[in-house]
Design a protein around this ligand. Sequence first.
Ligand code: AMP
Ligand code: MG
Length: 329
Amino acid sequence: MKTGLETLILPAGEAAAEAAARTLAAGGLVAFPTETVYGLGADAANATAIAHLYAAKGRPAFNPLIAHVADLAAARRIGRFDARALRLAEAFWPGPLTLVVPKTEGCPVADLATAGLDTVAIRIPDHPVAEAILRAFGGAVVAPSANISGHVSPTLAAHVASDLTGRIDLIVDGGPVAVGVESTIVGCFEAPMLLRPGGLSRERIEAVLGSPLARPPVEAGSDDSQPLAPGMLASHYAPRAQVRLDARDIAPGEALLAFGPARLPGLDAASAVMNLSPAADLDEAAANLFGHLRSLDAKGARTIAVMTIPGEGLGEAINDRLRRAAVAR
Ligand code: AMP
Ligand code: MG
C-alpha cells in the first residue's frame, strides 16, 4: 500500500472543498464529516483509488461501499429509481437512508466499489461539509468510515488523523459529528426490503411506502445469505464458473486468472487468460479483481483457474473474495 503520504488537514470551507474535489479527481483519499461519522472518500468511478482506500483502512474483505452524491440528479446517473425508490429518496434525502437500486446502463461506479454486484448503494448525506465536497467534485464518492478496520468509527478529525495520518491525502476538519448510528439500508427490489436498520426508523419508511418493508430471508449482511433475485439481495458477486484456487497448471479449456508472470503448463490450451497484475502489484490486482472475474464469466468459462496470490496487504481481501467464489455454488 501507499504509506508515507503527506496527510494535509484543512479546516472546512470553500478552499477545503475545492482541495478535496481536486484530490478526489486525482485518485486521492479524503476524509470528511458526514452526519453519521467521518467518512473516508474516494472517487467511486476509480478502481485504483478504491483499492488504495481498502489498503489504507486495512480491510480484510471487500464489502460493497455506499456511493455518496450531492443530489438526486447525481444519484440517477448511477442508479435506476423506480416510483417507490423515488418516493423514499424525495422523502428522506439528504439523510441517513441508503437505497440499493439497480445500476444504470453505463454506470461509472467501479466494480470494486459494488463488490461486483449489479446494484449500487446510494445516499445523500445531510452535512454541509460533505455536501460542499460532493458538489465541488460532481461525481459519486464512496465513503466508508475513516478508521483502520476494527477500530471505532471516528467522530472527530483528530480520530481520523490518529488512525490514518500517512495513509491518506487530506482530512477536512468540520468539527465533531453527532455520534451517529449508521444509515438505514433499504433494498429497492420487487418488495422493498430492510437490509440494515439504522438512523431512520422502519416505521417512517413504511409510512411513506404505505406498506411494510420485507425482511431479508437471512440476517442482512451475513456472508452466506442466499440471493432472492440473482445479483439483488446477494451481498457478494459470485461467478457462474467454478473457481479453482492455487492453480499450478491449466487443464484444457479452463480459463486462467493470472497474477504476475503467467508461465504455467497448459497455458496454450487455456480458453481465455486475464492477468490481475502482470507486475504482481496487489493494489492493481484488487482494482481488476471483479472486472476480470466478470469478463472470464462472460466468455463462458466453465472453470476459472486462479494462480496463487500472496496474502499480504490487499492480498488478504483478494484471497477472501476468491475463496468465497470458489465455494459459491
Ligand atoms: P457502511 O458500513 O455504512 O459503509 O455501509 C456499507 C454496507 O452497505 C455494506 O457492508 C453492505 O451491507 C451495504 N451495501 C452496499 N452496497 C450494497 C449492495 N449493492 N447491495 C446490498 N447491500 C449493499
Ligand atoms: Mg466502520
